[in-house]
Design a protein around this ligand. Sequence first.
Ligand code: UDP
Ligand code: MG
Length: 310
Amino acid sequence: MEVSVIIPIYNEEENIQLLFDRLSAVMNGMCNSHELIFVNDGSKDQSIHLIKDLAKQYDSVKYIDFSKNFGHQIAVTAGIDQASGDAIVIIDADLQDPPEVIVEMYEKMKEGYEVVYAKRRKRDGESKFKLWTAKLFYRILKTITSTNIPVDTGDFRIMDKKIVKVLKQMPEKNKFLRGQIAWIGFNQTYVEYDRENRNAGDTGYTVRKMLHFALDGITAFSDLPLKLVTYFGFIVSFIAFIIMLYALYSRFILDDYAQGWTSLILSILFIGGVQMIAIGVIGEYLSRMNSNIRDRPLYIVKDTNLEEQE
Ligand code: UDP
Ligand code: MG
């Protein structure tokens, strides 16, 4: 198999046919053999039936049907586990990532790169909120981690099977694939593209999922939040110490006391807030450790036309 294409699917019934047509055209012109691995991530619409129909007609169409919605990153991971191609492509199903860009990425890969990712030059048709938060997130992540995670880049990319082999050895449950792939190294480069509008349907990434994903990225690639908590603790303690000295001084030397409800309540609230935040930050890391220790399967396959392979 020359190229495997992984397509995570969550309620994409209106996009599957067009995606298949465009993707097949690109693949047939680009390489001799390919497979399209559709991972149905618990869609509530007709997506899986459409995929199964395609699979009946075309040998190149493979599917993995999850028992429920496990999330985009996990869907992609399931595809990675099963992909047998020498090169592996990850692409969204909603045609925001134009399949035609794959040709350019594949060419670039042949120049001797193990990973070619697609960098968004501009993003059409997404809310100001999403653009702004994404931009901010990528920049924060870049500053607080030592892994060089490319900015303005999603999972749309092509990678060599060498990379995939390493990815399979990274069993962490909280997936942040673009970070993991950056961490692996080898020769990586990018091509630029214009991210298009979603062809049809709605985004499956709710604000909640986005937030969770962002925290997965941060906790997996940076310990800075934990360190900040410690620093902040030191700073607050230091300030408290100075105030304590002053309090003793005014009590015993100046003999001036029994006032100061305002300053008392303020400092209690302030320290209380800081402690809550600190515990919350630690909790974020702890809950991720917890889910890794529980070691439940990452996903559950209900149905597939792929043979189990390790
Ligand atoms: N997706 C998925 N599981 C989810 C959410 C999304 O497999 O829980 C898929 C979705 O079908 C699409 C890709 O992940 O192929 C990107 O999702 P979406 O387009 O909704 O995200 P956005 O582009 O808005 O960030
Ligand atoms: Mg999309």
